[in-house]
Design a binder for this molecule. Structure first.
Ligand SMILES: CC(C)(COP(=O)(O)OP(=O)(O)OC[C@H]1O[C@@H](n2cnc3c(N)ncnc32)[C@H](O)[C@@H]1OP(=O)(O)O)[C@@H](O)C(=O)NCCC(=O)NCCS
Length: 187
């Protein structure tokens, strides 16, 4: 059975090689040096576990990591800590859009509902903690746009970065819905 949970520092250290592998295989950094790859991992993943461990969720089955979500519950407060250009381009939205996250499913396991289940988990925890909405940044032609649209996100902003058209996609969690979300989690 697959479980989705937070990790202690000891568990995180034990599972880090698997998390790193998922991050790398789903990134565009495969051809970079190992030093650069580690630098990107630190920015996109490690920072989140060290600063917001309660918002770092890992999907595990038989000791194998199938995916992870790392989130930051207050995107305004995190601006100095996060250095992605794309993140800063949308900074004017963060007074209203609080929580942002990154999600990745292990290569070869995509398309079987793991991402949607991790998203449901993130929604449930967000509602418990009274977080009203969540958002991500992606690019126009990414396959994941469809994933977010299917999960109820809408495009709330766009920006150009080089030849990419970046999309800010957000989901209003509607704080009156926890029983529905709990029901989805049990299915
Ligand atoms: C996007 C992602 C988290 C979705 O999780 P998932 O477990 O694959 O998705 P689910 O099975 O819950 O949902 C299926 C939908 O996700 C989308 N999807 C499936 N495979 C995908 C892939 N390799 N990349 C992006 N989206 C994918 C499709 O829209 C799919 O719908 P369909 O089956 O009707 O075609 C996952 O596919 C992934 O890690 N992709 C690569 C990295 C990425 O894009 N991360 C998000 C960065 S913003």
């Amino acid at each position: 059975m697959m479980t989705i949970s937070t990790l202690t520092q000891v568990e995180y250290n034990r599972l880090k090689p698997q998390i790193f592998e998922i991050f790398l295989s789903q990134s565009s950094y495969l051809s970079h040096s190992s030093e650069e790859q580690l630098g990107y991992f630190n920015k996109w993943v490690e920072l989140y576990h060290s600063k917001w461990p309660d918002w770092f969720f890992v999907a595990i089955q038989d000791n194998m990591v199938l995916g992870y979500v790392c989130a930051c519950p207050n995107s305004v407060d995190a601006l100095p800590a996060i250095s992605f250009t794309s993140y800063h381009l949308f900074k004017d939205y963060y007074e209203k859009l609080k929580l942002h996250f990154h999600i990745n499913v292990k290569l070869g396991q995509t398309g079987s509902g793991i991402g949607s289940r991790m998203l449901q988990h993130l929604k449930m925890v967000s509602l418990q903690k009274q977080v009203e909405n969540c958002h991500i940044i992606t690019s126009e032609h990414e396959k994941n746009v469809e994933f977010y649209l299917k999960n109820g996100f809408t495009i709330v902003g766009t920006q150009s970065l080089g030849k990419h058209k970046l999309l800010l996609m957000a989901l209003d969690l509607g704080l009156s819905l926890p029983s529905q979300i709990d029901k989805n989690l049990q299915s």
